[in-house]
Write a protein that binds this ligand. Structure first.
Ligand SMILES: Cc1ncc(COP(=O)(O)O)c(C=O)c1O
Length: 356
């Protein structure tokens, strides 16, 4: 039986990336080291880091005015570290409150500054960027491009006409082209589209990298990490090496335009099955639906439970919704295959025929 995982993270990796990492773990080409033993001070590691950065710059067409940081701590750590790094004496910040992950970012910012809610979603739709009330005095405006737990995704980008924009792109960085030059800072955990847990990627514009506070712990101080090229302390070497393979895989498979086309094809198939079923229901509006996290329900919570059990018996794994939200969720990140979406749709039809 072919098994597919629809986990929200860590997400499945492409088999050839797993093979390449496994080979590096046995012995890194041109060296006597296993990847697991490679010191971060070794020139071989510097080469991995530089190649990863070059690929990031190529894929995103990242201007030279941006720095790339490879840090630890996950996006959740950044929720507290962003205000610590960027406020720099400014008391106010703007946040767009659109779902579970932006709520968490807001809660983490509250001890550090006055949080203005620039806009609030209603759980089914996203407030359009043109409607955000951005304060001229804010140190930055934070938004979440893809609400992983709620299944919402921004398909419009805000204009860069106020305080710098800060985007949590944990779920959709490297899944589509986007106007990076409008954003001051982008951050993402690695375990969805960029490989493995343990790496937090930060893209930061030079003017924001210059803001810093003496009280921020040095591993999380963006300006110090920029100066030492992500080596203030030991960087997550294994996760960086996995990301380096994943970035090459994205390049070989057509770059961001192709990642987006595939994500759209996979999610369109599942959404169409939901919308035409008369049995399943989508939890968000069509124009704000996520290409990465398809959230849906059967008519009852009891049937949702049964769906999960019977799907797992057919090799369709990890389809439960976020623990705080419930329902069902199919996460389909960069390495998800079209076959996964097709197998899910097939199962959905069988399940409906039996229980509908
Ligand atoms: C949009 C978003 N932000 C933040 C996080 C938290 O990431 P981490 O668990 O790596 O801290 C997640 C995790 O799923 C997420 O989807």
């Amino acid at each position: 039986m072919t098994c597919y995982s629809f986990a929200s993270g860590p997400a499945p990796l492409p088999p050839d990336v797993i093979e390449a990492v496994a080979a590096d773990v046995r012995r890194l080409s041109g060296s006597s080291y296993s990847l697991l033993e490679l010191p971060f001070t070794n020139p071989l590691f510097s080469r991995i880091l530089e190649e990863a950065e070059d690929d990031i710059r190529y894929l995103l067409a990242l201007p030279d005015t941006y720095h790339v940081l490879f840090l630890q701590g996950g996006a959740t750590a950044q929720f507290s570290l962003i205000p610590q790094n960027l406020c720099n004496g400014v008391a106010e910040v703007d946040y767009v409150d659109t779902g579970l992950w932006s709520h968490r970012a807001i809660e983490a910012a509250l001890p550090w500054c006055q949080v203005n809610i620039a806009a609030r979603g209603d759980g089914r739709t996203l407030p359009c960027p043109a409607s955000w009330l951005r304060s001229p005095n804010a140190a930055y405006c934070h938004f979440t491009t893809n609400e992983t737990a709620d299944g919402l995704q921004y398909h419009q980008w805000p204009a860069d006409d106020g305080p710098p924009l800060v985007a949590d792109m944990t779920a959709d960085l490297f899944t589509r082209p986007f106007p990076i030059d409008r954003l001051g800072l982008v951050y993402a955990s690695g375990q969805k589209n960029l490989g493995a847990t343990g790496l937090t990627l930060i893209l930061i514009r030079q003017d924001l990298a210059e803001r810093s506070s003496v009280t921020t712990p040095s591993p999380f101080d963006y300006s110090r990490q920029v100066q030492s090229r992500s080596k203030v302390n030991t960087p997550p070497t294994l996760a960086i090496a996995i990301a380096a393979h994943m970035l090459k895989w994205i390049k070989v498979h057509g770059g961001l335009a192709e990642m987006e086309a595939n994500a759209r094809r996979r999610s369109d198939l599942v959404y169409a099955a939901i919308d035409t079923s008369g049995f399943y229901s989508r939890t968000v509006a069509a124009f704000d639906r996520s290409m990465l996290n398809v959230c849906f329900r059967t008519p009852t919570a009891r049937l949702d439970e049964l769906f999960l059990i019977q799907a797992a018996e057919q090799g369709l794994l990890d389809l439960c919704g976020h623990i705080d939200i419930g329902g069902l969720r199919a996460s389909l990140y960069n390495s998800a295959r079209m076959g996964a979406a097709e197998a899910l749709v097939e199962f959905m039809k069988h399940f409906q025929a039996k229980w509908g």
